[in-house]
Design a protein around this ligand. Structure first.
Ligand SMILES: O=C[C@H](O)COP(=O)(O)O
Length: 214
């Protein structure tokens, strides 16, 4: 199971979380990645942890003020990027352009979606992975794998119908190893989580628990 930790804009110490994730990944062999804010990509990547961007623009170099370019995040050490997170929604054309920019730069991609219908649309665009996250459960502390297992099962089926090689992650309220195990039982290949780690007093112990059951 892939554990992708999105630090969002939480006021946590990104390097501390990254060091904890690198340590747990090394100790356990689990795949754990950390997605900090763009300004922290370089310092997070310097810890040796797998580093992801939270977003990239579809734009290339040029007159695009405020854009986060795929080439720039790759230069900073990112090896993957989220696209279309629930808190960073994009138009379809922008998801597609972001995917192409990420591909051209060699970044791995996860396209997020609210529900199984959007998962089908996202999977059709050919990302490396998709992630289903019911917005009402994000940050709730109630795991989607328990609160709404059907949405996860249906998302896995939807992705499988349109683009069978695309693995599905699930997110929203995931914070324990039992939640990750439940997500695996529902057919997902990873979890996307944030507050459970970013708000934790001891991120390392949370990360150890997250990877303990798989
Ligand atoms: O990107 C992460 C998700 O939005 C889940 O957030 P959460 O773990 O705080 O519910």
């Amino acid at each position: 199971m892939f554990v992708l930790v999105n630090l969002k804009a939480y006021p946590c110490d990104a390097e501390r979380v990254a060091r904890a994730a690198a340590t747990v990944a090394d100790d356990t062999g689990a795949r754990i990645a950390v997605a900090p804010q763009a300004a922290h990509l370089e310092s997070v990547a310097a810890t040796g942890v797998e580093t992801w961007a939270q977003h990239v623009s579809g734009a290339g170099h040029g007159s695009h003020t405020g854009s986060t370019l795929a080439a720039a995040v790759a230069d900073a050490g990112a090896t993957g990027t989220l696209l279309n997170h629930s808190e960073k929604r994009l138009r379809l054309a922008d998801v597609d352009a972001g995917l192409r920019a990420a591909e051209d730069t060699g970044l791995e991609t996860v396209v997020c979606a609210n529900n199984p219908r959007q998962i089908a649309a996202a999977a059709t665009l050919g990302p490396d992975m998709v992630a289903v996250e019911p917005p009402e459960l994000i940050g709730s502390g109630t795991p989607v794998s328990r609160a709404d297992p059907d949405v996860v099962r249906e998302a896995v089926a939807a992705a499988d119908e349109v683009n069978p090689p695309v693995p599905v992650l699930c997110g929203a309220g995931i914070s324990t190893g039992a939640d990750v195990e439940a997500a695996a039982d529902l057919g997902t290949e990873g979890v996307l989580l944030a507050s459970g780690v970013a708000k934790a007093d001891d991120p390392e112990s949370v990360l150890r628990d997250l990877v303990s059951e798989v």
